[in-house]
Design a protein around this ligand. Sequence first.
Ligand code: NAD
Length: 322
Amino acid sequence: MHTTPRTVVTGGAGFIGSHLCAALLDRGDQVICADNFLTSGPENLVELRGHPRFTLAECDVSVSLPVDEPVERVIHLASPASPADYLRYPVETMRVGSAGTANALELARAHGARFVLASTSEVYGDPLEHPQREDYWGNVNPIGPRGVYDESKRFAEALTFAYRNRYGVDTGIVRLFNSYGPRMRPNDGRAIPTFIDQALSGEPITVAGDGSQTRSLCFVEDTVRGILALADASHAGPINIGGADEITMLELAKRVLAATGSRSEIVFIDLPQDDPKVRRPDITLARCQLGWEPRVSLADGVARTVRWFAGRHATGNGKAHP
Ligand code: NAD
């Protein structure tokens, strides 16, 4: 009988996953990271690989999730997450949301473990209600380009509730809103890494549309604290975890210019199809049920992210990843 809690993190090599694995190790857990590096790379695990309580299971969780040890928690993050990634891997995205989620749920079921699904604000689509509360059902185009991601997460949520209702698996769902911070890839298509990379390279900052569309950004440290709070609770969710302050993309570009001291000009490019115009979570449920709210201000989070990207630029790693 092992005494140290063991957590399986699928997608543990990714942006959020690698921070989550580090936080779990910091608090004394054993961590098994299951990842096939589809949208990440081993460099995210450099600081974790030598840790005595860390194990990497390199696998495609849509095919199998080979873990034999007893586990207390399965946190399912594996999925392409940025639009650039899920447009490049549309079928893989749907597989990992369906078969991958089923495999992760089966693992939790076999071990009597708590299961947490990392869902997304994209289940709300281009929302007709603002801000978005968990009881809003969303406005999603199933056959639009973003449908592969939005619908696979909606399916994953439904499957999670099916396992809860049919097999009594202890499940929770977090709906994450835009998270940002160190270890995002400069070319992953999301606004913060794109703007910072462009600013540091002295290239024009490309703002989509007229820049009036909004997002609410959450620093990754806060995101991870929210995921862990739900993992430690018994709440089924879904629970929104995201930044409470909404910002337009044009304002964000200006903040990045100020934080980097860059003289890059701002240019406007076409808005992607089905791009949500507004996005802000109602985080009342997270506050009441989990005692969670964001702690890191946008100014501090952007500054910390810029420092990390600047360090990579200085060592020539700024554009290392596909
Ligand atoms: P990421 O692309 O950095 O990480 C995803 C990880 O999953 C990668 O390491 C990738 O290799 C792995 N993966 C993908 N398919 C796999 C498979 N079949 N088998 C094994 N591993 C696989 O993305 P992220 O930003 O860290 O997102 C993590 C999770 O959080 C995703 O489920 C995403 O949908 C969700 N989420 C993220 C955000 C955000 O702002 N970053 C917002 C909402 C939801």
